[in-house]
Write a protein that binds this ligand. Structure first.
Ligand code: ADP
Ligand code: ASP
Ligand code: MG
Length: 402
């Protein structure tokens, strides 16, 4: 049996944790299985490296940032191999170049295109535990890239898919996927199973327990994931296709404070304006999220939308540079906002879910700025200050409490 095991930063934060992980992997290996381990950088190494870069050059090129950030994962994998060797178990650490994890060229936000398996297979055949750097890829210029924050999960799934692994386990610092971030909502309950679609929505809407691309890829290649704790032996959560699962009305709540609202005021109320605005933003790689358009009045209308915080400055610049062509009279923005979402496959066939969410928010006097819905989710924009209160209110309002 081939098992891919991924351990996040907190699971390898110090010497003791590194040996804990080493022992868990060795246990699997000694049971006769082939073991591929994917690691993140130790503790908050990645944050520290970003801070360090900022002290040198706050406008550092993404290529150089990737060169810097990928060192974190290289530290963990080499130390892990040393730990296993100290325990008399053959192990080898490999980075994205040595495996050849081919990615697209976008620094800071690359996607995997193809993963070569020869080197890993060769090492497994000689009965070594293979330890691979998470979060990194190699682009067509032979430069190192990163997959976006939290990207090590995606490395694990990409390897599990390419190697046709029998199991893919994501070990982290909580016992599995909960109905809400257990650090924010103390009543949050652990889920035994969750569908790819629900997990994908939660991950994309701010539940950072899994990188959203990892879920997308797991669904595409039908890789069943288990999310569990590296610190205890509890069962964890299985992420898989829907099959016979009971459809919960609301499976989980997610929050994302990494967002900003932009309003373009007084644009011409004529066909093609929305297209031109969003096309202009898309061409600058700015992803737009919730969109709200006002009813036209006296030939003009207003359009509001949200973008990720890190894209705000760029979005404002792009809009300003194209002000006349886009017929914009004024642009306003607000950074003190956060998105709150509920996700559940059962929503599709149940009217009144939105009303129940709004009621819970009203009961705790949280004002709603914007609303957006899809088949299996509802997202509202609220003041950043209100987010924890709102999250708890909505979570408990749907009876998800433990
Ligand atoms: P790792 O370093 O192991 O990749 P992350 O910090 O990326 O770990 O993700 C785990 C964290 O995700 C948890 O500590 C928890 O605070 C947060 N989290 C957010 N939403 C959820 C959720 N619905 N279920 C579990 N954890 C969640
Ligand atoms: N070390 C990277 C990060 O902090 C990747 C990861 O943890 O998955 O984002
Ligand atoms: Mg993570």
């Amino acid at each position: 049996m081939l098992v891919v095991k991924k351990f996040g930063g907190s699971s390898v934060a110090d010497k003791e944790r590194i040996f804990n992980v080493a022992n868990r992997c060795i246990e699997e290996y000694k049971a006769g299985n082939d073991v591929v381990v994917v690691l993140s950088a130790m503790g908050d190494t990645t944050d520290h490296l970003i801070g360090l870069a900022n002290t040198i050059n706050p406008k550092a090129k993404k290529r150089e940032l990737d060169m810097l950030l990928t060192t974190g994962e290289q530290v963990s994998v080499s130390l892990m191999a040393m730990a296993m060797q100290a325990l008399d178990v053959p192990a080898v650490s490999l980075n994205a170049f040595q495996v050849m994890m081919h990615s697209t060229s976008r620094y800071g936000n690359a996607r995997f295109k193809r993963v070569d398996t020869e080197r890993i297979q060769h090492e497994l055949d000689s009965r070594k535990i293979v330890i691979v750097t998470g979060f990194q890829g190699v682009n067509k210029y032979d430069d190192i890239t990163t997959l976006g924050r939290g990207g090590s999960d995606t490395t694990a799934v990409a390897l599990a898919a390419a190697l046709h692994a029998d199991r893919c386990e994501i070990y982290t610092d909580v016992d599995g996927v909960y109905t809400a971030d257990p650090r924010v909502v103390k009543n949050a309950k652990k889920l035994d199973t969750i569908t790819y679609d629900e997990m994908l929505e939660l991950a994309s809407l701010g539940a950072k327990v899994l990188h959203n691309r990892s879920v997308e890829m797991a669904k595409k290649y039908n890789v069943e994931l288990v999310v569990r704790s590296s610190l205890n032996r509890s069962e964890g959560t299985v992420v898989k296709e829907a099959s016979k699962m009971e459809k919960l009305l609301v499976t989980g709540v997610a929050a994302d404070s990494n967002t900003a609202r932009i309003s373009v005021i007084g644009v011409d109320d004529k066909p093609g304006i929305a297209f031109q605005i969003f096309d202009t933003l898309a061409k600058s790689y700015i992803n737009v999220d919730i969109i709200l358009q006002s009813v036209g009045r006296e030939g003009t209308k207003d359009i509001s939308f949200t973008v990720a915080s890190e894209d705000l400055e760029n979005a404002l610049q792009v809009l300003d540079a194209n002000k006349e062509r886009l017929t914009i009279q004024k642009v306003t923005y607000n950074e003190d906002v956060a998105k709150l979402s509920i996700v559940g496959a059962g929503m599709m066939s149940n009217p009144g879910v939105a009303a129940r969410m709004f009621e819970a928010l009203y009961n705790s006097r949280v004002n709603i700025n914007m609303i957006s819905t899809s088949e299996i989710r509802i997202t509202v924009l609220v003041a950043k200050n209100d987010i924890e209160k709102a999250m708890n209110a909505v979570h408990d309002g749907f009876g998800m409490a433990d």
